[in-house]
Design a protein around this ligand. Sequence first.
Ligand code: A2P
Length: 283
Amino acid sequence: PKLAQDPASKPAKAVPALPDAQTVTEVKHWTDRLFSFKVTRPASLRFRSGEFVMIGLMNDPDPKTGKVKPLLRAYSIASPSWDEEMEFYSIKVQDGPLTSRLQHIKVGDEIILRPKPVGTLVHDALIPGKRIWFFATGTGFAPFASLLREPETYEKFDEVIITHTCREAGELTYGRELIESLKTDELLNEVIGEGFWKKIKYYPTTTREESAKMGRITDLMRSGEAFADLGVPPLNPESDRAMICGNLAFNLELKDLFENTYGLEEGANSKPAHFVVEKAFLD
Ligand code: A2P
């Protein structure tokens, strides 16, 4: 039998270079402006699908003091709450303080992930209903990538509608592939029942490049075209619940439309109601 090793002779355990470090396990580049990546999940981290965490990298040393500080931004978790790894979906901004560097991460690199999930795009902030709408622009799709893989979404609602408005058609690919992957998702097919994905209606639109459906979702709703295409009535407080995640102007416009045209009330964790809003991250 092998002799037990003398613990004193073991090499010193490597000290992690970053506080709250997690290791990158996958990186995918979708367009020259968009990428997604996965990192290891801290063993003790629990979160609700739809929440966000602060992630980032260490800044360059301060030229005066030499001190290094973390550079962190709020990122929606794109993976569902049951997943072993954590996924994020990000824009690349060439002069953005964080994403100009984050876009170059590779498998095996470390990033900082503060294990304190928060957010309003959670099922707890909505009262029960028949149909749930997810409204996204650009990387605002991320929290819905989590919620679309969350069994609770299908347990609570008969119908799930996801709209995604982007400038160009290539920016829809991440979302389209994710929705396509649900058909063969073993866990969801087992837990929710085969064919659960038939509950989903996907409504992608582009505004600056030709695609099957063009226009801002806000305009398509005001004209009634979106409802006609989807074969559902306009939103109403009895049956419809909604989550919004996009750029600020989009969020404000939809909130106004919901409150003043459809009569929906904004909810929060502490006071669930008909819809919730969160701003998509922009570097
Ligand atoms: P548009 O091209 O007409 O501005 P961005 O990349 O600027 O965040 O925009 C992402 C998508 O969201 C674009 O397709 C953009 O359309 C759309 N968008 C921007 N502002 C609004 C708004 N107020 N209402 C609806 N869609 C919007």
